[in-house]
Structures are given as C-alpha cells and as structure tokens.
Design a binder for this molecule. Structure first.
Ligand code: BV8
Ligand code: ZN
Length: 294
C-alpha cells in the first residue's frame, strides 16, 4: 500500500501521518542533542514494532506485507479465526515461522543489543519492549526483552495450557510445503485437526503462543511494561505505527511525564506529534547513528 494510501487511511482516523520526504525536512532530528540526552539517561526503554524487523526481510503488519493470500494478517490473528479454521491459521503461522526463522537481525537490532551492553557496564539499564513475535531482538543478543505479543518460537496447549519452545520447521508433517502466500486457499486440501500440532503433555491441539486481537496480554508482562514506562527517563519508539493498544499508549505516557521520547520511523506517525525527537528513515541506518554504536 503506497504511503499516500496509508496516510489517507490514517487521515480517516482524524489524524495524519506527516510524510518525511527528505531527512532535512524532519523536525527534531538533532542527533547531537539526542546523544547528549542519551548520555544523561539512566533507565532507557525501546518500544519496537514490525518496522524494526523490516530490513531483516520480515513484512510489516500494515504495509503491503500485511496480507497473506486474500487475508489481512489482522483477520487471521484472532481467537475467532483459530476456532473457525485452525488449519488455515496454522498455515499462516507456519509461513510466518518460516520467514522469521530464516531472517537475521539487522543493524537496528544489533545497535540495541550493543546499547544494552554499554548501559549495564555503566550502571544503567535498557529494556526492549517489543510488539514483534519474530524473536530477532533475542537473536541479536538483547537480554532485557519483553515480548508483549508472545513469540513465534513458542506454542501453548489449547487444553492444559502447557507452554513449549518449539522451532521445528515444519512444526508438524501436515504443514510441510504449506503456507505459500501466493497460493489460493480453495485449491488446497484442508488439513484435518488431528494432523495439526499437538501438546507434548496431553496430546491436545496447540496454538501459537501469540496474543491475538481481542485477547488480553499476559498480566505479568503488562505489569512489567507499565513499570518500565513509569520509571524510564528516555523512551525510543522504533518502527511502529502505534495503532495497537495497549502498546500504543506507552510512549505518549512517557511524553506526558515530560520525559524525552524519540521516534525512529520512515514517517511521522500521528502519535508522535508531541515527541521530542523524530528521526526519519530506515531505522537500520538512523538507530546505529543515533546510538553511535556502529
Ligand atoms: C487487549 C500478534 C484487552 C499477532 C499482535 C483501545 C482502543 C482501541 C482498540 C483497542 C483498545 N484496547 C484494545 C483494543 C483492541 C486491539 C487493538 O488495539 N486494535 C487496534 C487495531 C485498534 N487490541 C487488542 O486486542 C490487544 N488486547 O488490549 O486486551 C482488550 C481486548 C478487547 C477489547 C478491549 C480491550 C491485543 C493486541 C495484540 C494483537 N497482536 N501481534 C501476530 O503478530 O501474528 S499486534 C500486531 O500489530 C503485531 O504485533 C505488530 O507488531 C503490531 C503493531 O503493528 P506495528 O508493529 O506498528 O506494525 P505496522 O505494520 O502497523 O507498522 C509498521 C511501522 O514501521 C510503520 O510505522 C512504518 O512506517 C514503520 N517502518 C516500516 N519499515 C521501517 C519502519 N520504520 C523504520 N525503519 C524501517 N525500515
Ligand atoms: Zn496439553
């Protein structure tokens, strides 16, 4: 979807995305001022979304990559969709696992992992609070990572709620060779439930350990996120359209506390109007430059 389509769509929400055509036109992209604040900060948080993994080759949620076959990702990422057609939802997640497990962290992930090391060496903290489920922050070496929406690397039993780390590809025989986004659902045989992935403990159907739309986030994860948001003295918001709640509330809450917030995005998302900094461009370039970890 072209930027103009995205910005008019957002326009419908009564807010517009300020498009940054060139770096110079972006407001508040003052790297020197940012690094001064970064040096003075003690407890830093980085809120990341799908844009931080875009340069690793993982399609973002709401851009052109937001579709899989004829389905919008947001329509498949729901408990209703899984109840109605677990085989189709498992094909979607098998595809997402295949993509994510074959991608590498990019310089943005690596810069955050480096910053976390520098922080702990100087008695400071950096926590990554991510909406992503691809696990790339952890692969890049970040230790303090809060996965708000779960992980493609885990499954949970629909019956006994046992949680397993599972990176088998395919996760079950029936999904071998399935998930191709260019195929038509109709032409494919439906996978019977009994051939879908099973719980290692009670042999019931397992689902991806993912927070779907309409589901609550894990209470402990949400509590920890809120604690980090309330106690940080610098917040970076990296590669997110800031439309999904409750994650979308976190950066504005930091700004409301009068603490500096820096957005790293291809464009200026509506939520960022009262942020202190906005660094325009691919975060694989802007973030290492701002954190001065090249
Ligand atoms: C909940 C897992 C209680 C799935 C995901 C309050 C108001 C309105 C609605 C709600 C509300 N509270 C709850 C809701 C409902 C809903 C919601 O927020 N809906 C939205 C759509 C309006 N929220 C929930 O259901 C949450 N549960 O609150 O429970 C409750 C329940 C019901 C009703 C009330 C309360 C659960 C939400 C979790 C959903 N699961 N992921 C999966 O991944 O398969 S969210 C999904 O969207 C992904 O995790 C994704 O990360 C996330 C957010 O999207 P973004 O990461 O921002 O990605 P997007 O594509 O949108 O944007 C990419 C950005 O990157 C863009 O800005 C682009 O410019 C930028 N970019 C691209 N490339 C680059 C870049 N930037 C820099 N460099 C680049 N190279
Ligand atoms: Zn079980």
């Amino acid at each position: 979807m072209a930027f103009s389509a995205v910005s008019s769509k957002l326009g419908l929400l009564g807010q517009t995305t300020k498009l940054c055509t060139t770096m110079s036109k972006c407001k508040y992209s003052d790297y020197a001022q940012f690094s001064k604040i970064l040096a003075e900060s003690k407890n830093i948080i980085a809120l990341t979304g799908a844009g931080v993994s875009a340069e690793s080759g993982i399609p973002v949620f709401r851009g052109p990559g937001g579709f899989w076959r004829t389905h919008r990702a947001t329509d498949l990422a729901t408990p209703q969709a899984f109840r109605a057609n677990p085989a189709l939802v498992w094909e979607f997640y098998h595809y997402r696992r295949t993509v994510a497990f074959n991608c590498q962290p990019n310089p943005a992930h690596i810069a955050l992992a480096e910053l976390e090391k520098n922080c702990s060496a100087n008695g400071k903290t950096l926590h990554v609070i991510t909406q992503n489920v691809d696990g790339l922050h952890i692969v890049a070496g970040s230790q303090n990572v809060l996965e708000l929406h779960g992980s493609l690397r885990k499954v949970i039993c629909t019956k006994c709620k046992h949680i397993d780390v599972n990176i088998d590809q395919p996760i079950c025989k029936a999904l071998e060779g399935r998930g191709d986004p260019n195929l038509k659902d109709a032409n494919l045989p439906i996978i019977p439930n009994e051939e879908l992935p099973k719980c290692k403990k009670c042999n019931s159907l397992v689902r991806p350990y993912i927070v779907w739309f309409g589901e609550n986030l894990d209470a402990k994860v949400l509590h920890k996120a809120k604690e980090l948001v309330e106690n940080c003295d610098l917040c970076m918001v990296i590669g997110t359209s800031s439309v999904v709640y409750p994650a979308a509330m976190f950066a504005p809450l930091v700004a409301e506390r009068g603490k500096p917030v820096a957005e790293f995005n291809l464009n200026q998302e509506p939520a960022s109007n009262d942020f202190s900094f906005h660094f325009c461009g691919p975060c694989g370039e802007t973030l290492p430059k701002a954190l001065q970890v090249n």
